[in-house]
Design a protein around this ligand. Structure first.
Ligand SMILES: Nc1ncnc2c1ncn2[C@@H]1O[C@H](COP(=O)(O)OP(=O)(O)O)[C@@H](O)[C@H]1O
Ligand SMILES: [Mg+2]
Length: 251
């Protein structure tokens, strides 16, 4: 089976910042991968390259064998925490339906019955149907994150990318999101990005450590051997002198 995401010798430079330096990464279909690393380590940049929003300076990315630009509908994306004006006049159902827009050609596309049915089905699955008329800005952090996941799911993606999905959530909302992702992982590849190893779910199948370079990629079962591996990677992260919370959860 072809990799869901195949990254070869990828380097990404912004004007005068080298954000990612020569990384290779294969993400298998149906993997559940957590990409860890400190703030500024290039995690959001990597997701944007996979999405085709940023062009690599060097190297190559394939999504199920195709270029990111040709793979838009294969990928669902939940961006790093977005604040909504509490009074912004858009309700939950409209936010979810907007996820469908990118698959339609017409700017003036009207949602059809099929879109609405799909939307209702996803709201059912995520247990947010009772919120459908609520304004997005008035939801709790966990509810909001579920709505943004629903929005990413409406295009039927094969890969779901989430950027710091639990960064602003309390532990019960965090657990709720992780059990939802575990369920979604039965049918799709999940990639989450986080700077905080303390919130990494035990459901995660593999982890990768990114701080400009890729320091580790492998299984996340916490055998001593792996902890040592991961720890090694974190020591490297520390050596870069960037403060982060990754190390704290290990003695
Ligand atoms: N649009 C941009 N222009 C210039 N530099 C950027 C831009 N976006 C990110 N960077 C820089 O690239 C590096 C990686 O950033 P980012 O991918 O956001 O890291 P992370 O998501 O791991 O915190 C940082 O040094 C950041 O300041
Ligand atoms: Mg980021």
């Amino acid at each position: 089976m072809e990799s869901a995401v195949s990254i070869k010798n990828l380097t990404v430079n912004y004007e005068n910042v080298e954000a990612i330096k020569d990384i290779n990464l294969e993400i298998e279909n149906k993997d559940y991968l957590a990409i860890l690393g400190p703030n500024g380590g290039g995690k959001s940049t990597l997701l944007k390259v996979i999405l085709g929003l940023i062009k690599p300076s060097k190297g190559e990315i394939k999504i199920f064998g195709k270029s990111p630009e040709a793979s838009g509908s294969l990928i669902g994306y939940v961006p790093q925490f977005s604040k909504f004006d509490r009074n912004f006049p858009i309700n939950v159902m409209d936010v979810i339906l907007m996820g469908q827009l990118k698959n339609k050609f017409s700017l003036f596309h009207k949602f059809d019955k099929c879109d609405l049915e799909k939307c209702n089905k996803i709201m059912d699955e995520l247990q947010i149907s009772d919120l459908k008329k609520r304004q997005i800005g008035q939801l709790s952090g966990g509810q909001k994150q579920k709505v943004l996941i629903a929005r990413a799911l409406i295009g039927n993606p094969k890969i779901l990318l989430l950027d710091e999905p639990t960064a602003s959530l309390d532990s019960s909302a965090t657990n709720m999101i992780y059990s939802l992702l575990k369920k979604l992982n039965d049918t799709m590849t999940i990639v989450i990005v986080t700077h905080d190893i303390g919130v990494i779910s035990s459901y995660v199948k593999n982890i990768a450590c990114l701080n400009k370079k890729l320091y580790y990629h492998g299984e996340s079962k916490l055998t001593e051997d792996i902890i040592e591996h991961v720890y090694g990677c974190q020591v490297d992260l520390v050596a870069h002198g960037i403060p982060h919370r990754v190390l704290k959860s290990h003695k």
